[in-house]
Design a protein around this ligand. Structure first.
Ligand SMILES: Cc1cc2nc3c(=O)[nH]c(=O)nc-3n(C[C@H](O)[C@H](O)[C@H](O)COP(=O)(O)O)c2cc1C
Length: 214
């Protein structure tokens, strides 16, 4: 009897030892310490994401943030260029100028010059814009209505003189309803590379550098 109890004890101890050491491949986290604590792209932990940084910027403030994101993620950059460029006069706000009129017109969709090559290959799209009267410029609406974003994650970012992001990011959701939308973030002019680095890290995205574009 004693012998039998001894054998059962040994089996139980061995079983616990096995379960403790078993490394479940579907657990978040891996041996390199690159744990995925969730909130990322929705990809399995071992998958990597191809990144596109699409942005609109008239006076380079948003462009500088886009460049920081590019440096962090080694993603591809796409500048949203209007078919008719905005002049200094167009950008003077509260003057009834072009930008003011477009923002006040729900149906305004300024045309874009060119398009993203092979958008299908990207998993995560950082979408950048300046705040115009509390909202994204209407050319961002044109951009979102130009592609199928199914299966992609869009992460908005913006710059402004002083306003917060407000509802400018969530108001874009209905323009690409099949995308997964990340929480948008507003950055001040002159935001540092390290601030962007910290933000990107918090997103828990596993990057796949787009070597073809480099
Ligand atoms: C038509 C227009 C409307 C603007 N509305 C706002 C606003 O509501 N709140 C704000 O803080 N800044 C506003 N700005 C300032 C821009 O958001 C800010 O200068 C932005 O960083 C410019 O980005 P860019 O250099 O990438 O074009 C507005 C600028 C323009 C041209």
């Amino acid at each position: 009897m004693k012998k039998l109890l001894g054998i059962i004890s040994v089996i139980i101890v061995a079983l616990f030892g096995f379960l403790a050491c078993y490394n479940n491949p579907y657990d978040n986290g891996n041996a390199n310490g690159n744990g995925n604590s969730g909130g990322g792209t929705g990809n399995p932990p071992t998958a990597t994401s191809k990144i596109l940084i699409a942005y609109f910027s008239c006076t380079t403030t948003t462009e500088a943030i886009a460049n920081h994101i590019e440096a962090e993620t080694k993603g591809s950059v796409y500048k949203i260029v209007p078919e008719v460029p905005y002049t200094e006069e167009d950008l003077k706000y509260y003057t009834g100028g072009r930008a003011d009129r477009e923002q006040a017109d729900p149906s305004a969709r300024p045309a874009i010059n060119g398009s993203v090559e092979n958008i299908g290959k990207y998993d995560v799209i950082f979408l950048g814009y300046p705040i115009w009267h509390g909202q994204a410029p209407k050319i961002i609406y044109s951009f979102l209505e130009s592609y199928d974003f199914s299966g992609k994650k869009i992460i908005p970012f913006c710059t402004s003189h002083s306003s917060g992001i407000g509802s400018s990011d969530t108001d874009l959701h209905s323009l690409a309803p099949t995308a997964e939308w990340g929480t948008g973030k507003r950055f001040a002019s002159g935001t540092s590379q390290s601030t962007i680095s910290y933000w990107i890290e918090s997103l828990n995205i596993h990057f796949s550098p787009d070597e073809e574009e480099k």
